[in-house]
Design a protein around this ligand. Structure first.
Ligand SMILES: Cc1ncc(COP(=O)(O)O)c(C=O)c1O
Length: 387
């Protein structure tokens, strides 16, 4: 790999991966690895999914890319499907290529109609590789530390009862950008009380609620979207990763009321791969697979099973401190030695994510993983932490 810029900050562990099947990766010698990270949380319905492949191969022989002034009817079909699962009736969608783009696009729309200067977000949320949401300039953003706010008696972070919460300048905030559950990869979920209070305040002031569902969406947490655990529907939803199952497609879904306000502005956004048909075909197929194979239920049930199995390993002597998760998005927090466990799991063929600067390993297997594979992982994990 002499001619590849490897700028992710991650060390490359394998450079001969040539084949895959659901949760398995195979190297050029046929050795098998078990991918419990879903290629950085993207392969929601498994690597090398036959149905997704068939849709790609059939469409690739017709048309893959259009342009600004002409489009394919599948875009409309997929947009309707996406709006249905988001609960945003009568809204509109924009198809792009990556999570970073759909977050940036959504924020640009929200800012175009907002009458207030600040966007509220949590200090531990992640939104992508570039743009407004990455810089988080203090003259445009108010970041709130919901984990260290000072709420007394709160086991789940802020509940909106402390002075830090009362000091949030809601009169200057027109947008709330909420990542419902990933929080810099550490898998933390703010409480319903906190989110309800924020949503209410923003709505009172006529503001916009946007959810970044790049990681938490498309069944990952046992529902279509992470905000559906909080009982509200946002005005803007950014969807990426799992919706393409590894193919680079992403979608921003926007409510009708936001679109109406946007039409009164001179908002413009153009790039080459907007509303391309191939991505829309893939997204539509992924949604159908999740629906037809009842993968939301599976994500919820297998997630609970895995959390329970891992939690059984917590004891005074164990190096495991906490296991948390929602659906098939889990974090295992260690008292120490997370790096060693990560390396030993890798030696035994298991790919999990090690969060930098934290004693945390993260698991986000494909929603199509077999229960027997989870049982094998639990057995191996128990051996590794005991050793
Ligand atoms: C929560 C969250 N939002 C946005 C992104 C950006 O997505 P992408 O890497 O597809 O641009 C990521 C990527 O990891 C993410 O985890």
């Amino acid at each position: 790999m002499k001619h590849i810029i490897w700028s992710t900050g991650h060390q490359i562990k394998f450079d001969t991966i040539v084949n895959s099947d659901n949760c398995y990766l195979f190297d050029s010698k046929g050795n098998k690895l078990i991918d419990l990270e879903s290629g950085v949380w993207c392969t929601s319905v498994g690597h090398n999914n036959k149905r997704v492949n068939d849709v790609i191969t059939s469409q690739i022989n017709k048309i893959t890319h259009t342009g600004f002034c002409y489009c394919h009817p599948q875009i409309e079909v997929t947009a309707q499907k996406v709006l249905e699962i988001t609960g945003i009736n009568n809204g509109k969608c924009e198809f792009l290529c990556s999570g970073s783009e759909v977050v940036e696009y959504g924020i640009r729309i929200a800012r175009a109609i907002s009458t207030k200067p600040l966007v509220l977000t949590f200090s531990d949320s992640y939104f992508g590789a570039y743009g407004d949401a990455v810089t988080k300039n203090t003259n445009q953003w108010h970041t709130f530390n919901w984990l260290e706010c000072g709420c007394e008696n709160s086991v789940n972070g802020c509940s909106g009862e402390c002075n830090s919460f009362k000091n949030i300048p809601f009169d200057k905030i027109g947008i709330f950008l909420f990542e419902p559950g990933s929080s810099s990869g550490l898998v933390r979920f703010p409480s319903i009380e906190l989110i309800s209070k924020i949503v209410e305040k923003i709505k009172e002031n006529g503001g916009v609620i946007m959810c970044n569902e790049v990681t938490t969406g498309i069944g990952r947490t046992g529902k279509w979207f992470g905000y559906q655990h909080y009982g509200f529907t946002p005005d803007i939803v950014a969807i990426g990763k799992g919706v393409g199952n590894g193919y680079p497609v992403s979608i921003t879904a926007v409510s009708n009321s936001v679109i109406e306000q946007l039409q009164k502005t001179n908002f413009k956004y153009s790039q080459s791969h907007q509303n391309d048909p191939l991505g829309a075909f893939v997204a539509s197929e992924v949604i159908d697979i999740i629906e037809q194979e009842q993968l939301l239920e599976k994500s919820k049930e297998l997630g609970q099973y895995l959390i329970q199995g891992l939690s059984n390993l917590i004891s005074e002597k164990s190096i495991v401190k906490e296991v948390r998760g929602r659906g098939l998005m889990l974090a295992i927090e260690f008292k120490r030695n997370a790096q060693k466990v990560y390396e030993e799991l890798l030696n035994r063929g298991y790919i999990v994510a090690k969060r930098p600067n934290a004693e945390v390993l993260r698991l986000d297997p494909a929603l199509t993983i077999d229960k027997s594979e989870i049982d094998l992982f639990l057995k191996t994990f128990a051996e590794v932490i005991t050793a």
